[in-house]
Design a protein around this ligand. Sequence first.
Ligand SMILES: Cc1ncc(CO)c(N)n1
Ligand SMILES: Cc1ncsc1CCO
Length: 217
Amino acid sequence: MSNWFHTVTIETAPILEKIKEHPFIIKLMDGTLSKEVFQFYVNQDSLYLSEYKKTLAMLSIKCAAAKDTRFFLDAASGIIDVEDELHQIFLDKENFNTEPSPSCELYTSYMSRIVNNHSLEEGLAVILPCFTIYKEIGDYILANQTNKDNNPYQNWIQTYASEDFANAVNSAIEITNRYAEKAPKEVLQKMDIAFIKTSKLEWLFWDSAYNKETWKI
Ligand SMILES: Cc1ncc(CO)c(N)n1
Ligand SMILES: Cc1ncsc1CCO
């Protein structure tokens, strides 16, 4: 079946491959990622998710169908659960840094700008890689790791390889495809641009954590 998501996924396949080859993911998978780097990541991800849930809530009120509004509101509150659970386990609250890294700032600001100032369709496209790439990476790690019993990051891996998350991802894809079906070509092109850019920002977010990115000034 040909649909918008299927087509854009083919276009972004090289980005997904780069993410799978990134040392952050390789080391997360074999459990050798340094605690310091993972801590930096969880800290920034906490700042990221705190903004992302607001962006999802904003997108939800732009949807015409009540079931779509409900889906995005549920996803936003699902993120509060993830924040509570994963961050309870992994976040070092005493050394929490409240300043987003440049890449974290860029990623959250970009999504917020598109959702707030552009069309609903572009908004749907811009928030989608956060669902689909994490699903891909969660499944990829689970399928390829040999140390499920003693990986310090297993709880994190399981969250994104879970059935609940898979259901949420499928719904997000279905909703976006449904709006894309009715969208004119110009809007579809803008959806592609948004999806591709956010996919790159996913790579950048992992890379920035791996390098413990700082503000240069
Ligand atoms: C950067 C980023 N993208 C996506 C997700 C999925 O929730 C996450 N936790 N963090
Ligand atoms: C953790 C997370 N990331 C995108 S949506 C979501 C919550 C799905 O319920």
